[in-house]
Design a binder for this molecule. Structure first.
Ligand SMILES: Nc1ncnc2c1ncn2[C@@H]1O[C@H](COP(=O)(O)OP(=O)(O)OP(=O)(O)O)[C@@H](O)[C@H]1O
Length: 728
């Protein structure tokens, strides 16, 4: 029998009252907009947008999720603020300063709260009420031994099956996370933490918190950047559900606003050269080399007359313009004015000396084709694509620009013949962005930028972001251990120095909310292969138990993986087949052959129960179950194989399965010898088939053995429970 909380009925009424007020407020707003729209069509658009945000905030999550009492004060906390008709505050928004004590209070450190109450609600009906801090018991908890208690509300939220989209978690933000969310720094706030410690959650909630509490930042605009469009799709619903739809969200490749798009990949070594800060020096030098005048004089024909300007005079103008440090195209305009003014002055002086009428002013001179041809030689104009393409394909130009900046080998990696055409890589895009800025100097800027999975950013990418955030106010989310590209670093300074010179504070999250402890233990075996001082987070969840490791033949690999996914689907769990990039298309076609529908993770389609995700794109994502296919190939596809495996194995909230035909890569070496992970041969007969083969004596022996084993096995929590049926 469950005992109802003594204040259940009153609290249910309070929650209903809050919903009722929200509904009425919305209905009124809708009516007002209809009335208003007829009169003022032009501003109706903005009003409708505001209404959409309001409606959105009704749509998801709990309206009221907590209450806190201190002395005689009682405050209800919710996803958004709610007033009654008399403008009394019925619910305080989670981001209001008044709500901070709710997040800070833990049973160990309740602050001045006498009660912290958490509501678990579904469809406006309270399911449970959990009193986390009650003054009378707080002291005894605080003085007792033991670890921080994990709240029921949090565990319930974490055990929820994933549906392919990240959700806001305002109801269950933890004290360690909230401290970072409302960090007061104006500079760079780095949030470092192992997989599933809530870095993305913290970054998105911090963006919303800043938007509500720092109007000056919100006015200057805010941006959230994800490394891939798949990850962006996964979390892009969180900010609108927190009532902030005016924060831009973008994937890294969309940052460059020019023509070029990523259509190619390249070797890690080449990407490293193009992504290095040295490249910015090289590009600037290359541009400067295209500027200048090495002829003795410039002669401008004007009918029968000639205007003559000495080479030294031109070089002086160029020097003066260069000193002003303007963007290339703006500087060209200044130069054009200065040169035409000099030419006009020279023409007037000459004519006056010869008692002849002045025949041309500055504007006339600027229209002369000889003047424009000279200007193009002296200070040419470029489109970024044209500039970089021509630089990459001109050995002599590259050689001079790279002198002292790149080695000959590095320089050779940049060269490509003009015939190679327009295949741009991601690293190229950021060279183009740099050139575009050198040429035009204009770029959309923001008051604050949140960067997810920042550990992989190249210096050139960081520079592009720095240009977009002149205040240097960043939230940088990442895990140095999960760097899988060419930019592996020992410290965050190596990256943040390219973002801004503002102060950097590094904040570490230690508790893992996603990955079950047994899966994390297995994944963490990759860490010593990466570096001796990396530690995984502390998982607070058991999940469904030990990882399953399946062995099968190369021929059956993909079909067997699909069978596993089908099994989980039948159990109502979402799963991801994380596959080596090279097998991606084969998995899709194997599924199509069997008429199995798979979400295409490359395109950010997470709407189906089973999604296939190339290993290179799985960072930041999560699913109930992960079926990692052929880890040896996943490790081999990346310059950072062990790190790539660590990332892939830490995407599940419930269960990790690994299926392989090739020998397992390093780090798994001892797996089959350890009795907490059982290796199953997919081709072997089922346990019941084996039992059927036994004679009576053997059967009795087995029964006796099983009887003796069962008791200790049930007592031990970490025993792997593996389906007795093999994959097929
Ligand atoms: N306080 C919380 N309450 C409820 N759920 C949480 C909380 N913190 C984190 N989570 C959940 O834990 C999971 C992992 O969070 P998140 O993706 O932010 O972690 P991460 O550190 O960014 O992981 P990764 O390193 O893999 O990118 C998500 O499902 C998130 O909703």
């Amino acid at each position: 029998m469950t005992i109802q909380h003594p204040e259940f009925v009153q609290e249910q009424q309070y929650v209903e009252h809050a919903y009722d007020l929200l509904d009425r407020g919305l209905a009124e707003a809708e009516q007002n907009i209809v009335n208003f729209e007829a009169l003022h069509r032009s501003t109706a658009h903005a009003m409708n947008r505001a209404l959409a945000i309001l409606q959105n905030s009704r749509g998801s999550g709990q309206l009221v999720f907590g209450r806190m009492d201190r002395n005689d004060e009682k405050l209800y906390i919710g996803r958004r603020r709610v007033y009654d008709e008399e403008r009394n505050l019925v619910v305080v928004g989670w981001h209001a300063p008044a709500a901070a004590a709710f997040y800070d209070a833990t049973p160990q450190e309740p602050g001045d709260l006498t009660l912290k109450r958490v509501f678990i609600e579904q469809d406006r009906r309270l399911q449970r009420i959990v009193d986390e801090v009650v003054r009378a018991t707080a002291h005894s908890i605080a003085t007792s031994e033991g670890d921080a208690t994990i709240s029921d509300a949090l565990l319930q939220e974490l055990d929820r099956s994933r549906d392919g989209a990240m959700r806001e978690v305002v109801a269950t933000i933890q004290a360690e996370q909230f401290r970072v969310i409302r960090h007061q720094s104006d500079g760079i706030v780095v949030v470092q933490g192992g997989p599933g410690t809530g870095k993305t959650v913290v970054g998105l909630h911090r963006a919303a918190w800043l938007a509500f509490n720092k109007p000056e930042i919100r006015r200057r605009g805010m941006l959230v950047v994800a490394p891939s469009s798949a990850l962006l799709t996964y979390f892009s619903g969180v900010l609108p559900s927190l009532d902030v739809s005016d924060i831009d969200q973008m994937d890294l490749d969309s940052l460059y606003g020019g023509e070029a798009r990523v259509t190619a990949t390249e070797s890690a070594e080449t990407a490293r050269v193009k992504g290095s800060a040295a490249m910015s020096v090289l590009l600037e030098r290359a541009l400067r080399q295209r500027i200048g005048w090495d002829e003795d004089e410039l002669v401008l024909p004007l009918g029968a007359d000639r205007i003559r300007i000495q080479g030294d005079e031109i070089r002086q103008i160029v020097d003066d313009v260069q000193e002003r440090d303007l963007p290339h195209n703006e500087a060209r305009d200044v130069l054009r004015q200065a040169l035409s003014a000099l030419a006009s002055k020279r023409h007037s002086e000459d004519q006056r000396l010869q008692n002849r009428p002045v025949r041309a002013n500055e504007a006339t001179i600027r229209r002369l084709s000889a003047f424009n041809n000279a200007l193009d030689r002296l200070w040419p104009t470029f489109a970024p694509e044209e500039f970089v393409r021509s630089l990459y394909s001109t050995q002599s130009w590259l050689t001079v620009a790279a002198d002292g900046v790149l080695t000959a080998d590095e320089r050779a990696r940049l060269f490509r013949s003009a015939l190679d055409g327009e295949a741009w890589t991601r690293a190229d895009l950021f060279c183009l962005d740099e050139v575009s800025y050198l040429l035009n100097g204009d770029v959309m800027t923001y008051g604050h930028i949140v960067l997810d999975e920042a550990q992989d950013l190249s210096p050139m990418e960081a520079r592009a972001l720095a240009r977009r955030c002149p205040s240097g106010s960043f939230t940088v989310l990442g895990d140095l251990a999960q760097a899988t590209g060419v930019w592996v670093r020992d410290s965050w300074d190596e990256l943040t120095q390219h973002l801004s010179v503002t102060e950097t504070s590094v904040n570490t999250l230690t508790i893992g909310y996603r990955v079950p402890a047994p899966a994390l233990d297995l994944a963490a075996r990759q860490l010593p292969l990466v570096s001796s001082d990396l530690t995984p987070p502390l998982s607070i969840r058991p999940g469904r138990g030990e990882p399953h490791i399946w062995h099968t033949s190369g021929e059956d690999l993909l079909d067997d993986a699909l069978v596993l996914a089908e099994r989980y689907r039948e159990e109502g769990l979402t799963s991801a087949l994380i596959v080596p990039d090279d097998l991606y298309d084969r998995v899709l076609s194997a599924a199509a052959d069997q008429e199995i529908k798979l979400g295409d993770g490359r395109d950010g389609d997470f709407s189906l129960e089973t999604t296939v995700v190339p290993a290179s794109l799985c960072k930041g994502l999560e699913f109930d179950v992960v079926i990692l296919v052929e880890p040896a190939l996943v490790a081999a596809q990346s310059v950072q194989g062990a790190r790539q495996l660590y990332v892939a194995m830490t995407r599940c909230t419930q269960q990790l399965d690994i299926i392989h035909s090739e020998p397992l890569p390093p780090g798994f070496g001892e797996v089959s010898a350890i009795d907490d992970v059982i290796e199953i041969d997919a081709g072997s007969p089922t346990l019941s088939e084996l039992i059927g083969l036994l004679n009576e004596d053997d059967l009795a022996l087995v029964e006796d053995l099983v009887r003796r084993l069962v008791v200790p096995a049930q007592e031990r929590e970490d025993v792997a429970v593996i389906d007795e049926e093999p994959v097929r």
